[in-house]
Design a binder for this molecule. Structure first.
Ligand code: NAD
Length: 454
């Protein structure tokens, strides 16, 4: 199979054959996928190091371990998720029973970004397989070593009629793919490309999941445990050198604790990566010179509290805390997607909520506080995708929680049961017995209105 059209046609026929639907098939394929990832573990870790200098510990935790957990969770629960669900029926339609069936959608197209290039493509694949679909995977061309390893892993375990990988530059390959009708398109990437994906899906009315980005705020109130907050914020910000869709984009620090918080964050950076961060084997690099230039341009848009060191040749930017930042500066208008962290003081919860509204619909939101009232104020008054209280990033790693954005940060949700839901169609069926045919709905209606109104 050489052309996109050939792969598409082969998947259409394969799906139509019903081969992907049985529980046993889905279970076997998920187990095979797990084994294939295991076989290629070293190659995956090496590719992620080549593309972004991710340390093996970080790469394993965020790109491999998470997938094993997702597969295991799915295998444990799949039979129950697949079970048709009986629901009640209105008396009006007696004698009836109603059932919801979860049907595979069909052919899925999964499009991945470069920042977690393995995990963010294979994670939705787990959902697509669990739901009984076929899949075409389009990895990001900007992480070429991982793109190559994805091709090897998938070719090792699946026939292209079931799961295939198509590579190339996104702006060329994806329009070509989306000339065909997919039964679901799952896209992870930037907001501008997300809009293009929606436009390309529109003529076919293909359902689309968009996992996008945005500016995720991190609020630290005056009663928070500052040392722990600092460590967890710096951990989340430096994970993949800030190139994480749910990275704490900026910190809103209550004015009373801003200075001690800055000191604790500075101490955490040095504790994690030493005095010379560039020498740390645990600190990743930016993906390419273009992203380096973009992130480096933010360094002059405030006062550098700590950090600021760069090397273009090495695509290195030190973790940098930025103060005296204006909300009008590009660093507060654009998703930073790098290791630069503006820290901005606020006076009251209402003040912080108003500041967050400058960049509405963040993908994530983090609250560091000991006050339940403060937690609830942010949860109830701010629209955000998901988040943590007294932590960062880790809500992504709980398969029981739906993961996804709202508004500009995306549409749809996945992980665990939610992936299964996203990739299936809920088919509602009402079945009526024939032993009784209640004449209520049939003409002549006569004075039936009186009975209806009772
Ligand atoms: P991107 O939108 O540039 O690329 C994503 C995919 O789209 C790639 O496979 C690429 O080949 C393809 N593509 C690029 N240009 C295209 C075009 N013109 N037409 C069609 N397809 C095209 O995103 P990226 O730079 O790889 O990733 C970074 C962005 O992704 C950030 O905004 C980040 O917040 C977001 N992101 C979101 C999540 C999430 O789970 N919500 C996770 C990771 C990244």
């Amino acid at each position: 199979m050489t052309t996109i059209h050939d792969i598409y046609q082969a998947q259409r026929s394969y799906f139509a054959s019903g081969a992907t639907r049985p529980f046993a098939f889905r279970k076997t394929k998920l187990k095979e996928l797990r084994k294939a990832i295991k076989r290629h573990e070293d190659a995956i870790l090496a590719a992620l190091h080549t593309d972004m200098r991710k340390s093996p510990v970080e790469a394993y935790g965020s790109e491999i371990g998470l997938l094993y957990e997702e597969i295991d969770h799915t295998l444990t629960n799949l039979r129950q998720w697949m079970r048709p669900k009986p629901v009640s029926s209105p008396l009006m339609h007696y004698p009836s029973g109603s059932v919801i069936y979860r049907e595979p959608k069909g052919l899925t197209l999964l499009i991945g970004p470069w920042n977690y290039p393995f995990q963010l493509l294979i994670n939705p694949l787990i959902g697509a397989i669990a739901a009984g679909n076929t899949a075409i995977l389009k990895p990001s061309e900007l992480a070429p070593a991982t793109e190559a390893v994805i091709q090897r892993v998938i070719a090792d375990v699946f026939e292209p009629q079931f799961v295939a990988v198509v590579t190339g530059e996104g702006h060329l390959v994806i329009p070509e793919l989306m000339k065909h009708r997919f039964d679901h398109v799952f896209f992870t990437g930037s907001i501008p490309v997300g809009k293009k994906i929606l436009e390309m899906a529109a003529p076919h009315l293909s359902p689309v999941t968009l996992e996008l980005g945005g500016k995720s705020p991190c609020i630290v109130d005056e009663k928070a445990d500052l040392k722990t907050a600092a460590r967890r914020i710096i951990w989340g910000k430096c994970w993949n050198a800030g190139q994480t869709c749910i990275s704490p984009d900026y910190v809103l620090a209550h004015q009373k604790i801003m200075n001690p918080l800055l000191e604790h964050m500075k101490a955490a950076i040095h504790q994690f990566f030493g005095e010379n961060v560039a020498d740390s084997p645990d600190y990743p690099r930016l993906i390419n010179e273009k992203r380096f230039d973009q992130v480096a341009s933010y360094l002059s848009q405030g006062s550098v509290y700590t950090g600021g060191e760069t090397s273009r040749a090495d695509k290195f930017i030190a973790p940098t805390l930025l103060t005296d930042v204006s909300f009008d500066a590009p660093v507060m208008k654009e998703e930073i997607f790098g290791p630069v962290l503006p820290v901005i003081p606020y006076k009251s919860t209402e003040d912080a909520i108003r500041m967050i509204a400058e960049n509405p619909y963040p993908l994530a939101l983090y609250i560091f506080s000991k006050s339940r009232k403060t937690e609830q104020a942010f949860i109830e008054k701010v629209a955000f995708g998901g988040g943590c209280i007294n932590n960062t990033l880790v809500h992504f790693a709980n398969a029981e929680l739906p993961f996804g954005g709202i508004g500009y940060s995306g549409m749809g949700r996945y992980h665990g049961r939610n992936s299964f839901y996203e990739f299936t169609h809920e088919k509602g069926v009402l079945k009526t017995g024939t032993w009784l045919d209640v004449p209520m709905k049939y003409a002549p209606f006569g004075n039936k209105l009186k009975l209806l109104k009772m």
